[in-house]
Design a protein around this ligand. Structure first.
Ligand code: DAH
Length: 344
């Protein structure tokens, strides 16, 4: 049999093999067998040198043509088998099942409350400022009227890094930084993390505060009261009552602590006849500290004597606990998604 006939004979043989090949693996074996480097086509071509030179071009042409047709046959069969494999996979898959919703995170309640509070103050004309969490003693204490060894420093258990560098114990140092950078009038709120050497059921070594500072001419306690009342009612509702209790902070004079009517029992002290656990039946809960900026603080930042201002500082977790009725401070730091997901 001459070589061209042998070559042509490969095509129908391959067609038969392809009909029987039922998987992509079998198909690949068949391809190696026919078209591989030592396959049947290659074997026939190996005999080419034995032919007289004038016959070789015709055989070469026939070989190319057979190779092309074989390749086309393989491709066609491959498509069929691939489509079959896909259909089989789909048959095992119930397309009528409901989809699986992608897991979606939500903002942390601390973030939510921080944003809500900052938005309220932005509407009242305040800017939002920030400062470093690693602070120098001078800004955290001294410029706020707490000289070294002053007993007022005992109010805040401090985490020192060196003798003069510490983790800020409150957001109040940003008052100093703001006043050193800007001339009055200024109105800023400062959200951020603060650190204290303190850890028990109701204290965590890190928590969040929002500081407020307003400085202008002729600022009075009445402005402070009006501003804070508007803020409290925006967060806790328009019926919320506000009261100021005299207090002490080294950087304000006079100073006050602000209580709001308890948002759990509505100020009644009892819920469904049971004593209210949040306000301990007093009907009031403390929410922040505030006061008129002490002249010593203005002096420390080089402000003129004719300015006046108020400042306040509040704990973000505390506001969130009161607003959402959360009983345990640790919830904010455990990152339990069952808790966090409720604020989505
Ligand atoms: N810095 C105080 C604290 O952490 C809170 C505070 C009280 C801030 C009165 C103020 C203020 O700006 O006027 O306990």
């Amino acid at each position: 049999m001459d070589l061209i006939t042998t070559l042509e004979g490969l095509v129908p043989e391959l067609e038969k093999g392809l009909d029987q090949a039922s998987s992509l693996e079998e198909l690949e074996n068949l391809r190696v067998d026919f078209l591989g480097r030592k396959g049947r086509l290659a074997q026939v071509m190996g005999r080419l040198p034995q032919l007289p030179p004038q016959e070789r071009p015709a055989v070469g042409q026939a070989a190319n043509s057979v190779k092309e047709r074989c390749n086309a046959l393989f491709e066609a069969r491959k498509h069929v088998l691939e489509a079959g494999r896909e259909a089989a996979a789909l048959a095992r898959f119930d397309a009528s099942l409901p989809g699986r919703a992608p897991w979606q995170g939500s903002l942390h309640p601390t973030t939510l409350i921080t944003e809500e509070i900052c938005d309220i103050f932005k509407r009242l004309g305040f800017d939002v400022a920030s400062g470093p969490e690693v602070e120098i003693d001078h800004y955290n204490f001294e410029a706020l009227n707490m000289p070294p060894e002053h007993p007022a420093r005992d109010m805040q258990d401090t985490l020192y890094i060196t003798d003069t560098v510490l983790m800020r114990t409150h957001t109040s140092p940003v008052q100093v930084r703001t006043m050193l950078a800007r001339r009055p009038p200024v109105a800023v709120v400062v959200p951020g993390k603060v650190y204290r050497r303190d850890s028990d059921l109701t204290h965590t070594p890190m928590f969040h505060q929002i500081e407020g500072l307003l400085v202008d001419q002729d600022v009075s306690m009445a402005h402070l009261r009006g501003t804070l009342t508007a803020f409290v009612r925006a967060v806790f509702g328009g019926d919320t009552q506000v009261r100021f209790r005299p207090s002490f902070f080294p950087f304000t004079e006079p100073s006050a602590e602000v209580d709001i009517s308890c948002c759990i029992c509505g100020g009644k002290g009892h819920v469904n006849g049971e004593p209210c656990r949040v306000c301990k039946t007093t009907g009031w809960v403390e929410i922040l500290g505030c006061g008129m900026v002490d002249p010593a603080v203005f002096a420390a930042v080089g402000y003129p004597e004719d300015v006046s201002g108020f400042a306040f500082g509040l704990g973000v977790e505390r506001v969130a606990m009161l607003k959402y009725g959360i009983g345990d401070l640790r919830m904010f730091f455990e990152n339990d998604v069952r808790f966090l997901g409720q604020f989505a």
